[in-house]
Structures are given as structure tokens and as C-alpha cells.
Write a protein that binds this ligand. Structure first.
Ligand code: ADP
Ligand code: NI
Length: 213
């Protein structure tokens, strides 16, 4: 690991200290690990992928609305490191493409962006994804499930951000859609198993809810 990566990890640790919405430091750490692995498998530029992964949430709209549009925190950190402007522009461009926005989501236009987006989405599904989703719901005071509240379909960026439904609905509004949205073959393979973990979980959840198991 280079000194710069170590400093980026320390920066992420500082930024996300105290987060209880599933976007804590360890989310960034896992996305970095996954993105690095995907970059290796896909032959993408790993220096760019690693920095974009480590900085992908520092200007997140929910956590830092004031700096989100221009990615000001990521830019300031990269400038402080003396990273060349061309590389800063590439990294910020990737970060801008990563986030899930329902039907307004972007497909990254570079292999590097595809690796970072896939890594962030892999961390949203599977066992970790289930845990993060309920943590997020708890942080927003949401109920686990309300059988009378139907999940929405075909939601756009605005609806995705403003929807305040029960947590189980998030599986139908986002998480179960991610498997088929992976960009890289490696992530597509990994998503299969994680997807199955979620469908098994939901089946068990509904059985227990009805008291049949
Ligand atoms: P991205 O990482 O693509 O920017 P978000 O930050 O919106 O996406 O979501 C990241 C994770 O936060 C989700 O995968 C989920 O675990 C949790 N989350 C976001 N919105 C909701 C929601 N409405 N209900 C439950 N969990 C949510
Ligand atoms: Ni993220």
C-alpha cells in the first residue's frame, strides 16, 4: 500500500467517524478493497480506481450536501496531495457517476468508473447490504416493514432521494435490481451469490412474519 492510500484511508476514517447510517469508514474500506480487486481483474488503472473508491462518499449528498455538486472535499484532499489536475478531473468525474439514482443512474464511461460503481453496489447487496439497509432505516426512524405499503417502481433520482418508505421496500426499489446492473463480469459473478442471500432472507422474513416458520 502506498503512503498516499494510507493517508486517504486516514482521511476517510476522519470524515465518517460516528456515522450510523451504513456509510461509515468500513463501507469505504470495503469498497476500496472490492474496487481494487475488480480493477486487477478488469485491467483498469488501479491508482485512479483506488483513490476514487476511497473518496467516493466524502461529498455524498446525504452526508455533505454543501460540497456535493463540486466534490469540494475530494478536490481539496487531492490538491493537498499534489495530484495532477488531469487525474483529479478523472477521479471527480468517476465519483460523480457512481451513485445510484433510480432510473436516472449513470453508466460510467470508463473501465475505472465501472469498477468503482460495481464495488459500491456490491457493498449494497448480500449480507452486508441487508445489515446496512436496516441500519440506514433505523437512522431515519423507519419501520422494518409495513405490509400495507407497496414498493414503488421505476423511481427517478428525485423519488429515490425523497421516498421515506419502510425498509423492506428498499429491497424492491433498489437492492434486488443491482445484480442485473453490474458493469464488469467479475462483479456480475459476485453479485449472483449476494443476490441469493437477499432473496433467501426475504423468503424467511415473510414466512416468520406470517408465523408459518
Ligand atoms: P449510493 O451508494 O449508490 O450513493 P445510497 O447512498 O443512496 O446509494 O445508498 C447506499 C445504501 O444506503 C443503500 O444500499 C442502503 O443500504 C442504504 N439506503 C439508502 N437509501 C435507503 C432507504 N431508503 N432505505 C433503506 N436503506 C437505504
Ligand atoms: Ni458508497
Amino acid at each position: 500500500m502506498t503512503d498516499r492510500i494510507e493517508r486517504a484511508l486516514a482521511y476517510a476514517r476522519e470524515i465518517f467517524a460516528g456515522d450510523a447510517s451504513g456509510h461509515d469508514y468500513w463501507h469505504t474500506w470495503r469498497v476500496w478493497k472490492l474496487a481494487r480487486r475488480l480493477a486487477e481483474a478488469e485491467g483498469a488503472d488501479s491508482a485512479v480506481v483506488e483513490l476514487a473508491a476511497l473518496l467516493h462518499d466524502v461529498d455524498d449528498a446525504k452526508l455533505s450536501p454543501g460540497t456535493c455538486a463540486e466534490k469540494l472535499r475530494a478536490r481539496a484532499w487531492l490538491e493537498g496531495e499534489g495530484v495532477a489536475e488531469a487525474d483529479i478531473a478523472r477521479i471527480l468525474h468517476i465519483i460523480g457517476q457512481v451513485s445510484y439514482r433510480g432510473t436516472d443512474s449513470e453508466t460510467p464511461d470508463s473501465p475505472e468508473g465501472m469498477c468503482v460503481q460495481d464495488a459500491d453496489r456490491l457493498d449494497a447487496i448480500g449480507a452486508i447490504g441487508i445489515a446496512r439497509t436496516f441500519a440506514f432505516g433505523g437512522s431515519r426512524g423507519r419501520t422494518l416493514w409495513d405490509p400495507e405499503e407497496k414498493p414503488r417502481t421505476e423511481i427517478d433520482a428525485q423519488a429515490y432521494r425523497t421516498g421515506g418508505g419502510c425498509t423492506i421496500n428498499h429491497f424492491y426499489e433498489k437492492l434486488l435490481l443491482l445484480r442485473d446492473l453490474m458493469n464488469t463480469p467479475t462483479a456480475r459473478r459476485m453479485a449472483e451469490e449476494r443476490h441469493r442471500v437477499m432473496t433467501d432472507f426475504l423468503e424467511e422474513f415473510f414466512s416468520e412474519w406470517q408465523g408459518v416458520r
